[in-house]
Design a protein around this ligand. Sequence first.
Ligand code: AHR
Length: 515
Amino acid sequence: MKALKPIILACSLAALPALAFAQVSVSVDTTKPGPVINKNVYGQFAEHLGTGIYEGMWVGPDSRIPNTRGWRNDVVGALKELKVPLVRWPGGCFADEYHWRDGIGARNKRPVKVNTHWGGVAEDNAVGTHEFFDLVELLGTDAYVNGNLGSGTPQEMAEWLEYMTSDTKSSLAELRRKNGRKEPYKVAYFGIGNEAWGCGGNMKPEYYAHLYNHYATFLKTPPGARPKIVASGGNDNDTKWTEVLSREAARGTDGISYHYYTLPTGVWDKKGAATGFPESEWFSTIQQTLRIDQQIKQNIAVLDKNDPQKKIGFYVDEWGTWYDVEPGTNPGFLFQRNTIRDAVVAALNFNIFHEYAERVRMTNIAQMVNVLQAMIITDKDKMLLTPTYHAYKMYIPFQDATKLPVAVDNDVAYSSNGKAVPGISATAARGKDGKVYVALVNTHPTRASDVALNVAGLNVGSVSGQVLTAEKMDAHNTFEQPQAVKPAAFSAKAVDGKLTIKVPAKAVMVFAVEA
Ligand code: AHR
C-alpha cells in the first residue's frame, strides 16, 4: 500500500463531509509484475478457546444441529466459500499446554482437562488430531499444526509428527490406523511453540533458539512429507526475536512468526469497545492497525541482513482487532462483536501484507469463529457472517495473484487531533485468471472520495466488483438482521478514456479491471 503526498487539511474534515476534494489518483502498472501474493496470507486460526471450536464449529455427531461427523454444516459451508487456504490449530497459548495423546482414541475415554488459559472451562478433548484433520479435509484447506514446546518434550513433539505423517509400520503409524486413518495426514506447516516470550514459557530469544534447534532436530518424517517448520517469534514493536532466530535458529526454518493485535486505545487494560465507540476510537484503531506496516518493514530489514537469500518467511500468524470483551460474557472467551470497522481494518492489513509479499508468505487472523476478529459468530443453531468475513471473501482474487505496483497520489489524509492517516489505501494484482484486480479502502468514516484510476499497460474500459460499506461506524450483523452489512455489486465505465470511482466513506472495494 502506498499513499503518496497526503494533503493534510488544517480544518476538521469530519465536520465537512460534503466538501468536494481534489480527485485522488490511483495508478497501477501492469508492466512491472512483482512477487506472488501467497494464498496463505489469507490463513485462519482456530484455537481451543471459548466457543471458537466447541459450539462454534464442533457440535459432535449426536447434535441436533446439522453436522458432518460433528462439524456443523452451516459453518463449514460458509468457510468453504472463503476458500480458506490454511488453518492453524490448536493454539495459541493453548498449544503449549496441549498433549496430543489426550485427543486420540474413543472420544468417551479421552481425559478431561481444564483449559487454564481460556476461561478455566472443561476441555474434554473431543476435538483431537483426527477431528481436526477431518475439518481440514472438509474445508479443502491445509493444516498448520502448532506443537507444544512450553510444557511438552522433544519426544512428545517428534512422536506427534510421526503419528500424523508416517507411512511405515511403526507402532505410532499403526496406532493412527487403528484410530481410523490409514493414509498419513498432510501437515503443511508445523510450529515449534507459541509466544515463547510469554504464555509459551516466558523465555528469552536466545534460550528459545536453543530449545527450538533441540526440538527441531528430532522432527522426522518420510521423504517429501516434511512440513514447513515455523519458529515462534516476537510481537508488537520488537525485532529482537527475528534478529536472534534468523541468526541462531535458521537451519531448516521456513518462517519466523510474529503477532500483532490492533487495540483501539493501544492499552491492554482498557482496549476500547467493539461497538458504540466514538470517532476518536475509529481513528485510533486505523492508526494502530497501520503501525504493522512499520513493524513488518523493520523485521524484514533484519531478515534481509541475516537471510539475504530470502529463505525465511515472515509469518504474521496472529493478528486482528482485540477489544474489551462483550459485557456479560466469559472474559476468558474473548468474544467481541465485529463491525464495518473490522472489515476496514482487515482490508488495510491485506493491502500492507501484499506490499511485503516477498517475505510475508503466511498470516493467520485471530480467530476463525466466535473469538476476537471472527469470520463467523454463532449462537446455538444460529450463525451470522461478519463484515470481516465479507472482506475476506471479496479479496479471494488476491490469493496467489501476482502483485502489481500501485501508487496513490493527491490523497487527502484523514486527520484527527493533529494526527493523520492516509485517506485511501490501494493494492493491485494480476489474478490467476489473468484479470487485473484492484482493492481500495476509504479509512474516513464520513467522507466519500473520488478516485481516478490509471492502469499502465491496459486501456481501461470499465471496472466491476463489490463494495462493502455501512451508514454507522459500528454497523454490524445480528441474528435479527444478519444481512445489515454485506457487499453490494458495483461497476463503472470509462468516459473519454477516464475512469472515476466514487469510494464511499468507511468502505472496502474490490473490482476487476476490463479493457
Ligand atoms: O489469540 C488469542 C491469544 O493471543 C493466543 O492464544 C496467544 O498466542 C495470543 O496471546
